[in-house]
Ligand binder design. Structure first.
Ligand SMILES: [Fe+2]
Length: 261
């Protein structure tokens, strides 16, 4: 199987992700070893802190990355990870964001340090503002916003509203702790994930290109189709602006029903 990564900070020296061109080359090499054939570079964009000039710079840097990635047979597409804050509406009005490959899909994140319930309506309002402008929010690392158990009903509401749910490979691999890992698996078990991505920030350590590694882990628990949908098919549909498919809710095995695990 080959993999497509729609969330990664591969473009160097533009945010807290990859720092140098040399590291970007190393990251592409790692991506190649992980059987990745396409990536979307999604640098952070923070409304109120950045302007049109910054968006031009990001696009230039992503173009440079694209040229380098050609040697690795990896296709590179432009995108961003839009941070939803109090200046989001102005940024949307002024087009200070990059949707994935200029499609309707826009990767979004909130403040992961805040408990999501603190500013529930603000988050909902900002997502709504994106949607009414014809974009489909992809909620980045949805498993990371909940300090305790994940609020499944809230995720279900987002999906009902047409938003997509992305989970980080690192969470599934247990690199952000048990709570995050459990939340990530609970989302898959409930059929509430559309895409798994790496959220690559580094060439060494945790947040590295790792989609083959997570596919290997997931294949112990889920069928081939589910893994392929999350790591290959849906990412491909997103890059081309097509509708995604939904994975099925996992049936509990007889063993789980009887013994609760
Ligand atoms: Fe990210």
């Amino acid at each position: 199987m080959h993999y497509i990564d729609i969330h990664g900070h591969y473009a160097w020296d533009v945010d807290d992700g990859i720092e140098t061109k040399a590291d970007a080359i190393n990251a592409l090499e790692k991506a190649k070893q992980q059987n990745m054939t396409a990536i979307v570079a999604t640098p952070h964009v923070i409304p109120g802190r950045q302007d049109e000039k910054h968006i031009v710079l990001l696009k230039e840097r992503i173009n440079e990355l694209k040229t380098i990635a050609h040697e690795f047979n990896i296709a590179v597409y432009a995108g961003c990870e839009l941070f939803l804050n109090e200046e989001t509406i102005e940024a949307l009005e002024d087009h200070i964001f990059i949707s994935i490959n200029e499609t309707k899909y826009l990767l979004c994140e909130f403040d992961v340090r805040k408990e999501l319930s603190d500013d529930e309506m603000e988050v909902e309002d900002r997502l709504y503002e994106i949607a009414i402008r014809g974009y489909v929010p992809i909620i980045a690392h949805a498993e990371r916003y909940f300090k305790g158990q994940i609020d499944i009903e809230r995720i279900a509401d987002w999906i009902e509203s047409g938003y997509l749910i992305q989970v980080n490979a690192t969470s599934l691999l247990g690199l952000h702790g048990k709570t995050c890992q459990n939340n990530a698996y609970t989302l898959i078990d409930n059929g509430m994930v559309h895409i798994i991505a790496s959220d690559t920030h580094r060439v060494q350590g945790h947040r590295v290109p790792n989609l083959k590694d997570v596919a290997h882990e997931l294949s112990k628990k889920y069928d081939y189709e589910t893994v392929k949908t999350l790591l290959c098919d849906n990412p491909q549909y997103i890059i081309h602006g097509q509708d995604v498919v939904h994975i099925e809710k996992q049936k509990k095995s007889l063993f789980k029903k009887m013994f609760g695990r």
